[in-house]
Ligand binder design. Structure first.
Ligand code: PHE
Length: 338
């Protein structure tokens, strides 16, 4: 019986068969249980002998089963490892990371430049008071120049700011008549324009303001020259043209020499060799006085940069609406790797 059982254990090919062998020989209905159950019928001399023998046989079979079980389990694990092994040579799946919006990139670059020149970043509300958007900037209620900026009014006194210039007035007021003031303010602005390739009812500006003693037009020009060279290349030049803004006097429009044709004339600069870049000027004495600054002691300059314009020229974007459509195919082109 023992021989037969041990052989069966050996032959078991898997855990299921092994369990069947266990049940057959060691189970409640198995031959060993039967022998032990029949012990009562034996004589007192035979009983210990038979008991010892039966136990020995049971021990030997069950230890054999245990060994076999360990062996089969090990084999099963081995088999699983072989079948489910990881192919480390398979290429990984690409992970798409997001990237900054082209407008954010331009803003951050301009911020970095001006921070390096000692400016701080200021902010102001997009829903603004008529007072800061217009009146404090030398544009009283009936001023015809208000028409230059088609305004989204919320109430008679509250509006969506049409430019970032109200932050000039707010910042100067905070300084309580004491210079120096040296800030830039990037932000969204709103105008009642019909959207097309070059107009958007919402767009971005970066305002700049410096107020101190002895600030001159040449400081403005030098600052904007640094800006143009940094943004568009060291070989760029700037040109100031007389212009008009109620809050600056004198006022200028600033052009940068064309960086596509190198000044020879192309479709981007409309063959003029120059590209209009921003509005600027010396802070109007009325604006200084309204904000609590002594205009005899202090002078200043201000400028307003159109962020979309810079982004479009830099990245060759032909329609301003691309910047607001949030088409992932468009946005994906502006990863940091250039
Ligand atoms: N706020 C003007 C505009 O939106 C730009 C500007 C800013 C002009 C600062 C002069 C000084 O067009």
């Amino acid at each position: 019986l023992q021989q037969e059982a041990l052989q069966k254990v050996d032959q078991a090919e898997d855990l299921k068969q092994l369990n069947e062998v266990r049940v057959a020989y060691l189970g409640k209905k198995g031959p060993i249980t039967e022998v032990l159950r029949g012990m009562g019928k034996l004589s007192p001399e035979e009983r210990p002998k038979m008991g010892a023998l039966a136990n020995e046989v049971r021990e030997s079979i069950s230890s054999k089963i245990e060994a076999k079980q360990a062996e089969l389990e090990e084999a099963a694990i081995q088999k699983q490892l072989e079948e489910q092994s990881i192919d480390v040579t398979l290429p990984g799946r690409p992970i798409y990371s997001g990237n900054h919006h082209p407008l954010t990139r331009v803003v951050e670059e301009v911020e970095d430049l001006f921070i390096s020149m000692g400016y701080t970043i200021a902010e102001g509300p997009e829903v603004e008071q008529d007072y800061y958007n217009f009146e404090a900037l030398n544009l009283p209620k009936d001023h015809p120049a208000r028409d230059m900026q088609d305004t989204f009014y919320i109430t008679e006194e509250i509006l969506m700011r049409t430019h970032t210039s109200p932050v000039q007035a707010r910042t100067m007021k905070k300084h309580q008549g004491k210079g120096p003031v040296k800030i830039i303010c990037p932000g969204k602005v709103y105008r009642r324009d019909h959207d097309d390739a070059t107009h958007s009812h919402q767009f971005m500006q970066i305002e700049g303001l410096v107020v101190d003693e002895n600030i001159r037009m040449s400081d403005l020009k030098g600052t904007l020259e640094v800006f143009a060279k940094k943004m568009f290349g060291e070989d760029r030049e700037i040109r100031l043209r007389p212009s008009f803004f109620p809050f600056t006097e004198p006022s200028v429009e600033v052009d940068v020499s064309c960086f596509s044709c190198g000044g020879k004339g192309c479709s981007i600069c409309k063959k003029t060799g120059w590209i209009e870049m921003l509005g600027a000027g010396m802070v109007h004495p009325n604006v200084l006085e309204m904000a609590g600054f002594d205009s005899k002691k202090y002078t200043g300059f201000a400028f307003g940069i159109g962020v979309e314009r810079i982004a479009m020229l830099r990245y060759g974007i032909d329609d301003i609406r691309h910047l607001y459509a949030n088409d992932i195919r468009f946005l994906k082109q502006f990863s940091r790797v250039e």
